[in-house]
Design a protein. Structure first.
Length: 461
């Protein structure tokens, strides 16, 4: 049985397509933290053409797990996130953009996976832990919120995603998904695919701070630069950025570590930007060196960052303005994407149900024969062990004279011992199909005289 499963694993791996799934909760407009953390990468990956399928999901059902009292907020932000996606260059011809709640198959998968996850495992999920603290849920955690990592595993596995490009905070979710996949496959069948996480490759992009220098950009802290901000908003925010509080006079030596402007430059600036806007420096290292020495003012570096950001954001802003002129078309993109995504999820759900043996109406043998199907399975198992059994009986008969001695000590007849091992394997193969405990060689030996069929019948109540 094991061997069969491993062959299937190898076969699956060989035929494995490259599939991306990722998404965002629609609780607000997307900001530049989302952009460098994942969005920019998705567009690049989309345009490499290396992937067989790309699914980008607006996770409204997940957003509702901690915004259930605020459905209007979630509803309004779906279009905002969709506009952000499209304006960044996600192309519905290459990537399937869809809305989570429109795929009911995901909730079915969540329900089945929840058998494979313990409460204590969920409690140990570091992201859930911090979020529970942040939302003051400690004393009364809504079940839906508590189990959202399971639903996220459903999102990922429904599309058999191999790669999930996300920010660092999502790592525990992917780890939990991988555990669910391994458990499902080992209990039922090799149906699900273990995903790999793809994180941003630069530290500044991994965790872009807010303009106030606080840990993370977040709407509630009011420290975000949104992709949809106007040119003027962006400039005002950049000019107010937190820098180095010890850098008071221009001539003072400055610090680039923990200096938000430099963190943003790490995330956004390219050598071309220097040639264009700040030709007295060849690259960011030179700029940093000057700032550290002293003699470089904050206004100059902020103006440079503003130029860099505007250059990156201007085309996004322009595309957004175009898409905003035709909102019905954007909803249509989401509707078509949701239909396509649903087809894929339905295929996986059918495989999951077959593996879990809850595909009653598709199992024609079961319908036709009823209890006879169970007998047929057993006969099948027995016929597989017949050759080993036949050989054992013939060896046994051949050695009939020495029967008493053989029964006393099998170890004296190595060839018989081999056949007994074969038979034991065959019996165990049969038993495993019914999920019954395996038998030792000695147990099998005791039954040789009365036949393998009786052995199996005794083992199966
Ligand atoms: N949890 C993600 C976030 O908060 C959103 C999300 C839901 C997601 N399902 C997903 C991301 C599946 C990647 C894969 O941003």
């Amino acid at each position: 049985v094991l061997e069969e499963r491993h062959l299937k694993m190898i076969e699956n791996k060989k035929n494995q397509k490259k599939i991306i799934l990722t998404g965002d909760r629609p609780t607000g407009r997307l900001h530049v933290g989302h952009y460098v953390g994942s969005l920019r990468r998705r567009v690049e990956l989309q345009n490499t053409g290396d992937f067989d399928k790309i699914f980008i999901m607006i996770a409204d059902a997940q957003a509702l797990t901690d915004n259930f009292e605020n459905p209007e907020k979630v509803r309004q932000n779906i279009i905002e996130v969709a506009l952000d996606y499209l304006s960044c260059g996600l192309d519905p011809a290459k990537s399937t953009l869809f809305i989570q709640s429109q795929i009911p198959e995901l909730t079915e998968l969540t329900f089945f996976y929840s058998n494979l996850v313990t409460v204590s495992r969920l409690q140990r999920n570091p992201t859930v832990k911090t979020e529970i603290k942040m939302r003051n849920f400690e004393t009364s955690i809504p079940v839906g919120f508590f189990t959202y990592p399971i639903s996220q595993a459903a999102d990922i596995t429904a599309f058999k995603a191999t790669v999930v490009p996300v920010g660092e905070d999502q790592l525990p979710m992917i780890e939990q998904t991988r555990e669910i996949v391994r458990k499902f496959n080992s209990i039922y069948d090799e149906v699900l695919v273990e995903p790999e996480v793809m994180l941003p490759d630069n530290a500044a992009c991994l965790r872009l701070p807010g303009i106030d220098g606080k840990q993370k950009m977040s709407k509630s802290l009011g420290n975000c630069i949104y992709l949809s901000d106007t040119e003027k908003d962006v400039r005002t925010k950049v000019m107010s950025m937190y820098t180095d509080p010890t850098h008071i006079q221009i001539t003072d030596p400055g610090h680039v570590e923990g200096n938000t402007v430099f963190t943003y430059l790490d995330a956004f600036s390219k050598p071309e930007h220097f040639a264009e806007y700040l030709p007295e420096y060849a690259n960011l290292d030179e700029l940093k060196a000057h700032y550290t020495r002293g003699g470089l003012g904050d206004v100059k570096i902020k103006k440079f960052l503003n130029n860099v950001l505007q250059e990156e954001l201007a085309p996004i802003r322009a595309r957004r303005a175009e898409f905003e002129k035709d909102i019905p078309m954007v909803y249509d993109i989401l509707k078509k994407g949701s239909e396509a995504a649903r087809e894929t999820a339905a295929k996986t759900l059918a495989e999951v149900k077959a593996a879990m043996k809850i595909n009653y109406f598709d199992d024609l043998d079961l319908i036709k024969d009823g209890p006879a199907a169970r007998r047929k399975l057993m006969d099948n198992a027995i016929s597989q062990l017949r050759p080993g059994y036949a050989k054992l009986i013939s060896d046994y008969n051949r050695l009939y004279e020495q029967k008493a001695a053989i029964l006393k000590d099998w170890r004296e007849k190595p060839s018989l011992l081999d056949t007994l091992d074969d038979l034991t394997d065959a019996v165990n193969h049969g038993l495993a199909q019914f999920g019954y405990p395996l038998r030792t060689r000695d147990e099998v030996r005791r039954f040789v005289g009365s036949g393998a069929r009786r052995l199996i019948q005794r083992a199966i109540p």
